[in-house]
Write a protein that binds this ligand. Structure first.
Ligand SMILES: [Zn+2]
Ligand SMILES: [Zn+2]
Length: 272
């Protein structure tokens, strides 16, 4: 409780210095430079830059971080069949996904998109209610969007899970009016196994749209489940990346997997 209070005060101070930045003056003697390249963020830009699946440099502009990706995974998938990447990237489902009981390849195929994530450079706890919506709710390190715990219509993922590949992702149909309805946006509703096996089970694996980081399913050698986390599916602790502590989400094997009852902070936006 005390720790949370200190954190809130720190955020308040950050917010004030953020306001000063907007005045665009040259007399500012604080550590925030007028030079855009030195624009500041609560989380060091070098940590956002761990998102490697990008189509342009990650940058800060007017208190927002911009991350652009093409939505094509850097790992193989059964959903590359009948795509331009089939020769190099197609692999059959190998039966290894522990959440899948009866694999069912859905009719959608991976397609190349242009996704722009705009997230707050000064993430802070929101007093409002900020539910997640269908579609991308965050970005993982390889540029693939995170989705929430629901299938269409707000129903649980039970049926959809059987279409997750061995890396725990699958493509969605694009919306009406978009080209090539048979193709779609690849995404993760649950732990992205490619990232947690490459980066480690305790590693930072991405960010939600409110700017707070997402970590793997373990911490200090222990597996985390939803009962260890708050209603938003996160908590404030020290991590390897944040020795002074930082609010963060965890992926867990139990529902709701990545995010609980909405964002802890105020979300940015995604455009395509
Ligand atoms: Zn889905
Ligand atoms: Zn944690």
């Amino acid at each position: 409780m005390k720790q949370a209070l200190i954190y809130s005060l720190a955020l308040l101070l950050f917010s004030f210095s953020g306001c000063n930045d907007d005045s665009n003056d040259n007399s500012d003697s604080s550590d925030n430079s007028d030079n855009n390249e030195e624009a500041s963020s609560l989380i060091p830009i070098s940590i956002y830059e761990r998102v490697y699946g990008t189509t342009s440099d990650i940058y800060i502009e007017e208190d927002w971080i911009y991350i652009n990706t093409n939505g094509v995974p850097d790992h193989q998938s059964p959903y590359f069949i009948n795509t331009q990447w089939e020769d190099a990237m197609y692999v059959a489902y190998d039966g290894s996904n522990p959440f899948v009981t009866n694999f069912n390849l859905n009719p959608n195929r991976i397609s190349e998109l242009s996704i722009s994530f705009k997230i707050p450079a000064f993430p802070e706890q929101s007093t409002g209610n900020n539910p997640t919506s269908m579609g991308p709710i965050g970005v993982s390190l390889n540029g693939i969007p995170f989705y929430n715990q629901y299938a269409g219509g707000g129903s649980p993922l039970t049926q959809e899970i059987n279409s997750f590949d061995q890396y725990n992702g699958h493509p969605a149909p694009l919306g009406p009016g978009q080209e090539n309805n048979a193709s779609g946006r690849y995404h993760y509703h649950m732990e992205p196994f490619w990232l947690t096996s490459n980066e480690g089970k305790e590693a930072l694996i991405g960010f939600l749209l409110d700017g707070f980081p997402v970590y793997g399913p373990e911490e200090n050698g222990q597996t985390i489940d939803s009962s260890d986390l708050d209603a938003y599916h996160g908590h404030f602790t020290v991590t390897a990346d944040f020795p002074d502590g930082m609010y963060h989400y965890h992926v867990t094997a139990d529902d709701p997997y990545i995010n609980g009852s909405g964002y802890y902070g105020s979300p940015g936006t995604v455009s395509e």
